[in-house]
Write a protein that binds this ligand. Sequence first.
Ligand code: ADP
Ligand code: MG
Ligand code: ZN
Length: 484
Amino acid sequence: MSAIELVAGLEVHAQLSTRTKLFCPCATDGFGAPPNSRICPICTGQPGVLPALNRAAVRAAFRAALALGCKVEPVSIFARKNYFYPDLPKAYQISQYERPFSSGGRLDLELEAGGARPVRIRRIHLEEDAGKLLHAAGSRQLDHSLIDFNRAGIPLVEIVTEADLRSAEEAAAFVAALREMLQYAGVSRCDMEKGELRCDANVSVRPAGSSVLNARAEIKNLNSLRAIRDALNHEFSRQSRLLAEGGRVVQETRLWNAEAGRTESMRAKEEAHDYRYFPDPDLRPLEAPAELLARIQAELPEPPAARRVRFSRDYGLPPRDARLLTARKELADYFEAAARGRSSEAAKAAANLVATELLARLNAQDAPLSAARIAPAELGELAGMVCGGILSSKGAKAAFSALWDRGGRASDAVRELDLAQVSDEAQVAAWVRQALADNARAAADLAAGHERALGALVGAVMKLSAGKANPVVATRLIKESFKA
Ligand code: ADP
Ligand code: MG
Ligand code: ZN
């Protein structure tokens, strides 16, 4: 039998970073807050209220579309998606259906081997989130369900891809790339642990290389990269096995059961007509003025993938470092501020300090970059001192540590902690003479061509100088003293 390939398309929901909900003034910071502490008559669907569209959410949605190379419609329509479930107090969700605000973009997957593979974006629409049902209170299972409406009415974009993904790894990589892009563009924080980015995956299988689209399963609510990878791998095996056994994949909605490590049938897949979509009579058509779009387009940051390429080229960073430094826009900005106006050698030293010292401390304290007291220019100054031979890498670490704790100027920290290396030739030469006299045996070995003795002699200089001699200068002077 010929090989089977996976075919997947994703529907990704991203929470727009706004202060307030999509149609009411309730705050969006309800994650972890007391249940139902961020609600009002509008987001709980009480009679007689009218929605008022949040302009900041609309701008964030437009930013998402333009960052993904989508076309934004001058006019689009809000639609009611009707269904009855207790997490939806109005019994309809305000969404977009026939006329979404955006369509036809793409996001490239960067391939390990270099190059990229495009994933087409079919459409993006704007919609509100639903509430959350709780079936347990802490660890206690309940014999009834509780409902928290803090999420109800939170603004989301739903980003729908074409069925362009061919493996579980690719699907996870796509979501990671999308998250990075949305974070860069300031669309969404995409904190998956807080439910700010969730996705439904549509999965089918077919003979490799074929272009048919077979019946698919839609796996709901995957809320981590791990879940996406595991659920798709499992679903691929399940459908492949089904076919091999002569069975048939039925179109249905499935759920990922992470504990059991399998997808489970939830219901027959609903069709659009089940939702009785119709234009929402309470909301005017959504307009996207050309001037607004032009302004948003002009304000979009350099995309992460392009920035990686530029970092490798301009600063000579290896791909791994370029990737690390561009994973978050703030970090990339910080590094560039540190490297500004410095040699490419100093830029590399700065990259090194950011990638090791700075990230280690931020990770250890789980702190945002904004909490760092060491200013980027001061980190750049340290990097410059390392390249200029003023600081050893050990000295740079010590100075970094002080600046991390207290902030202030790099030059002050180096002076106060007496970290500067001695590179003065006359001073180092004096230590070298002393070291050679004290270590006649090693000196004789080196004279006889035993390079290994060099280390012992440099070590002796470092000891004599209480660690202050510049080892590069010391090494050179020792070698020179043996030249004819
Ligand atoms: P629905 O409206 O029922 O959710 P859509 O046709 O809008 O379905 O497609 C939703 C997602 O499913 C898209 O990402 C699309 O690429 C993907 N998709 C559609 N058909 C298939 C298929 N046969 N196999 C895998 N993915 C599919
Ligand atoms: Mg769908
Ligand atoms: Zn509200």
